[in-house]
Ligand binder design. Structure first.
Ligand code: AMP
Ligand code: ZN
Length: 112
């Protein structure tokens, strides 16, 4: 599968890593949209998007959320926004499920 985030998870494409273990990896977004902008992904391509979350793969998604506070701490932030773009019309460009962690002073223009 020609998947950018699978290649980052495999170390075939370099990334600025924040956190890594056997299940997930977090790294800084290459085109940050906030002062701090990280991404968290499952290492395995368990889902293209949130539409594919099911009982077989949701434990990894739960694990990501268990780890997000630690990942945020490693990025030096305690206040942050978590975003998941699901589908083309929602702006999803990489079809390997991922969660954006955004923080900084420029989050005042709220979408929600
Ligand atoms: P999305 O638009 O929700 O699918 O998010 C994909 C994100 O991946 C975008 O914010 C991109 O800037 C980011 N991105 C694309 N290529 C890379 C890369 N090589 N390393 C880090 N982030 C990337
Ligand atoms: Zn993938």
């Amino acid at each position: 599968m020609d998947c950018l985030f699978c290649k980052i998870a495999a170390g075939e494409i370099p990334s600025k890593k924040v956190y890594e273990d056997d299940k997930i990896i977090a790294f800084y977004d290459i085109a940050p949209q906030a002062q701090v902008h990280g991404l968290v992904i499952p290492k395995d391509h368990i889902a293209d998007s949130a539409n594919d979350i099911n009982g077989d793969n949701s434990s990894v998604i739960a694990y990501i959320f268990e780890k997000i506070p630690e990942i945020a701490r490693l990025m030096g932030v305690a206040s942050y926004r978590i975003i998941n773009n699901c589908g083309d019309k929602a702006g999803q460009t990489v079809k390997h499920i991922h969660f954006h962690i955004l923080s900084g002073d420029n989050l005042s223009e709220k979408l929600v």
